[in-house]
Design a protein around this ligand. Structure first.
Ligand SMILES: [Fe+2]
Length: 399
């Protein structure tokens, strides 16, 4: 058993599931009190095991289940869903229903959950209704949470001068196990992936706690055990939509060099209510006095993907810059979600699924090669011994 509340030198937070229970929450105060008294860590779970749990007593008891992930292994297959800016509208429902059919085992959520701050009085009722709305998935599998601007909820006009209060009370993260000092930024390892969650609306410039933590966390990543290095944030560092244009630029200036140095595979963001995927590009030579103003192709750079199209009531971001920049590989203003299927240490199958299709149809479909294992010639020789899938045909045939 691992105590997820204490600092764990071995990153064993994958044993720990934090059950957040919404079922008896009726109002803001009662809900927060109830959650504080009844949320519990579950310790000592086994990998790859189905557990059943019951909420409530007597006739009101309801039973749910969840499946723990496979043990961490360099070739452990696993499927993530990626959802952002979900809200609680008909489009949100469509996104969630499509995701439920995808076979995803866990959701990487890139911020902006309930949009409770958009409703009059903001009394917590919309946080409760959102909890009930997503229960059809969150009761059965983990969602790796990240916050967005709609979680800030700084409302001095309503007497609320603290930030992120409902989010922090309702959606807990195993941050201490990854040596983070804040639940707003943390990391988890799952199957063959190391996932780093960054907070776009917490301090991140040089010497801040988030900057210090990320610097150390990137050194702790072991690609021999977890080949896939994935970063989540809310405001995208690369996006060619007019909406929220360059709002992620300050984080790009702070962290892009590290993403290239450590060969991050994928960076997922939300915030912009449209879908976009970049090529592998970087702009690390840019500074305010250089003439190198444009992103350039860079094999060591991540692919940047914006999935802020979950379905909230603010609508889609229709206006893209014209013409499409060279770094932008695919973009479309439609509601949807993505899936990332890690097949082994070298290959992952990625899809973006548009809700309008009415069924599970991939609209943007890419096979990603791992930035560590697929780009190193020494490991290319190694993988022949280890891998069963030597060709794309072989890979696709087992999907
Ligand atoms: Fe946002």
């Amino acid at each position: 058993p691992v105590d997820c509340r204490s600092s764990s030198p071995v990153h064993e937070e994958e044993f720990c599931l934090y059950l957040i229970l919404y079922y008896f929450c009726l109002g803001k105060q009662s809900c927060n009190n109830w959650l504080m008294q009844n949320s519990n860590y579950v310790f000592g779970l086994q990998y790859n095991t189905k557990y059943y749990y019951k909420i409530g007593t007597g006739d009101s008891a309801r039973e749910f289940w969840f499946q723990t992930p496979p043990a961490i292994d360099v070739d452990a297959p696993y499927t993530f869903g990626i959802i952002g800016d979900l809200g609680q509208t008909f489009n949100s429902l469509s996104t969630l229903q499509h995701y439920l059919k995808s076979g995803g085992e866990s959701v990487l959520f890139v911020g902006d959950l309930s949009y409770a701050d958009r409703y009059q009085h903001n009394d917590g009722i919309r946080w409760d209704s959102w909890g009930r709305f997503v229960e059809r998935s969150t009761a059965y599998q983990p969602w790796i949470w990240n916050s967005g601007n709609h979680e800030i909820e700084y409302r001095p006009d309503l007497g609320e001068t603290s930030t992120f209060k409902p989010y922090l009370h309702r959606y807990s993260t195993p941050y201490l196990a990854s040596k983070s000092s804040s639940p707003m930024w943390y990391a988890v390892r799952r199957a063959s992936a190391h996932i780093i969650v960054l907070s776009s609306y917490s301090p991140f410039v040089k010497y801040t706690p988030q900057w210090m933590w990320l610097k150390g966390e990137l050194k702790r990543v072991d690609r021999e055990k977890t080949p896939w290095l994935i970063v989540l944030m809310h405001a995208p560092m690369y996006n060619s939509n007019d909406a929220h244009y360059m709002e992620g630029e300050s984080m790009r200036a702070a962290f892009e060099k590290w993403f290239v140095k450590y060969k991050v595979d994928l960076v997922f963001a939300g915030h912009v209510h449209a879908y976009e995927r970049s090529y592998r590009i970087s702009n690390i030579n840019y500074n305010v006095t250089s003439g190198n103003r444009y992103p350039v192709p860079d094999k060591s750079a991540p692919v940047y993907i914006t999935v802020g199209d979950g379905g909230n009531q603010e609508g889609l971001a229709w206006r893209f810059s014209d013409p499409q920049p060279d770094y932008s590989a695919f973009r479309e203003a439609s509601y949807g979600h993505s899936t990332l299927q890690l097949v082994n240490r070298t290959h992952a199958v990625y899809q973006w699924n548009r809700n309008d299709d009415g069924k599970h149809v991939p609209t943007d479909n890419v096979v990603f090669h791992n930035q560590y294992w697929a780009s190193n010639t020494r490991r290319r020789r190694l993988k022949k011994k280890h891998l069963r899938y030597e060709s794309l045909e072989g890979l696709m045939s087992m999907l």
